[in-house]
Design a protein around this ligand. Structure first.
Ligand SMILES: Cc1cc2nc3c(=O)[nH]c(=O)nc-3n(C[C@H](O)[C@H](O)[C@H](O)COP(=O)(O)OP(=O)(O)OC[C@H]3O[C@@H](n4cnc5c(N)ncnc54)[C@H](O)[C@@H]3O)c2cc1C
Length: 315
């Protein structure tokens, strides 16, 4: 029996949509890569909990897709079940106003651009640092998205998850050991997060978002298909400081280097951009070549930030 057939039997009584042979590569920001055996979209948190527990019980591979802004899907697609939190139940936002102790609780499926717009309208600062970063709340928590203006973790109060058993659990920020582009989440799926926010003048929030977004747009190739930075900024062993991976790639003379339809952006060397018709294998090969050439040039081994999904095991 195919995974799709198994999933539709397994979830026949669950409030979820099952889409066999789903072209999820096209749903990523790269817009390349293959299909998932089955994409499952639960409509409620309880449905998600049931799905996760049954998948764990039956040993079927499961992955969760956010907005696909930090993801490369292999050309041959991926095995098992991909879960999407795109249903309405996963994008709600509740505001608890309490002056300096105000909080928002946001569903993990919420799109960051939409969230930032809603926060600006409501006059709530606290997540300004995420202006211009594409993704979902769940993906931002998992990757601890951020940059020059701060990261996701700095605003987190707690994170709610469904664990592989299907149990719901809440983790306070300190238990998650956030670090640079890293979260210490246990296995499972983020369903919502609670953030500290500061009530302030909506015009000021909007201005700050615009300022940060235009800073990013002037430095990153926003009009081309990419997955953001390919590598994390590595730690220089001599200084113990993080150094810009983009600068290392640039100083190795690799801007514009191409494999098939994938190339190192001329605008920002840590962005790989793809043309129509590019293959995921072009991106994967380019990332090997760049990593080796940077190592040869300066002795620093780059670690990939973009998540690669492939059959039989991710990278
Ligand atoms: C143009 C561009 C600019 C970017 N700029 C930045 C930047 O400035 N700073 C930065 O940090 N990043 C940047 N990125 C990368 C990306 O925006 C972030 O990594 C973002 O957090 C990815 O979120 P996502 O929802 O798209 O996750 P996805 O790409 O869908 O998934 C990434 C990983 O998170 C996991 N995940 C997703 N949702 C959940 C969930 N609910 N529970 C558990 N795990 C989950 C996935 O399984 C996967 O392992 C950029 C990307 C692009 C395309």
């Amino acid at each position: 029996m195919t995974v799709a057939a198994r999933a539709s039997t397994l979830f026949a009584d669950v409030d979820a949509e099952c889409i066999p042979d789903a072209p999820i590569g096209q749903q990523t920001w790269f817009k390349i890569g293959g299909r998932a055996d089955v994409l499952v979209i639960p409509r409620t948190i309880d449905a998600l909990a049931t799905i996760v527990s049954r998948l764990s019980r039956d040993g079927l591979p499961m992955r969760v897709l956010g907005a696909g802004a930090n993801l490369l899907v292999d050309d041959d697609g991926i095995d098992g079940v991909v879960l999407s939190l795109s249903a309405k139940a996963f994008s709600a936002m509740d505001v608890e106003r309490g002056g300096a102790n105000s909080l928002i609780r946001v569903g993990a499926g919420k799109d960051l651009f939409t969230l930032l717009n809603e926060l600006a309208r409501s006059g709530l600062a606290g997540l300004n640092q995420l202006a211009g970063i594409p993704g979902s709340v769940g993906g931002a928590i998992r990757m601890n998205a951020g940059g020059h203006f701060g990261d996701t973790a700095q605003a987190v109060q707690s994170v709610e998850m469904i664990l592989p058993s299907g149990a719901k659990a809440t983790f306070l920020k300190d238990a998650l050991h956030f670090n640079y582009r890293h979260s210490g989440l246990p296995a499972g799926i983020v369903t919502s997060a609670t953030f500290h926010v500061d009530p302030t003048d909506p015009t000021l929030v909007r201005q700050k978002h615009a300022e940060i977004f235009s800073w990013k747009k002037s430095r990153q190739p926003f009009r081309e298909n990419s997955a953001g930075c390919m590598y994390k900024n590595p730690i220089d062993r001599a200084t113990l400081e993080r150094v810009s991976a983009g600068k290392l790639i640039d100083s190795a003379g690799l801007k514009g280097l191409a494999v098939g339809g994938a190339s190192v952006s001329a605008h920002h060397a840590n962005f790989f951009v793809v043309q129509a018709g590019a293959l995921a294998s072009d991106v994967a090969q380019l990332s090997e070549v760049v990593s080796d050439r940077v190592f040869d040039h300066c002795g620093i081994r780059l670690e990939r930030e973009v998540v690669f999904w492939k059959r039989g095991g991710d990278e």
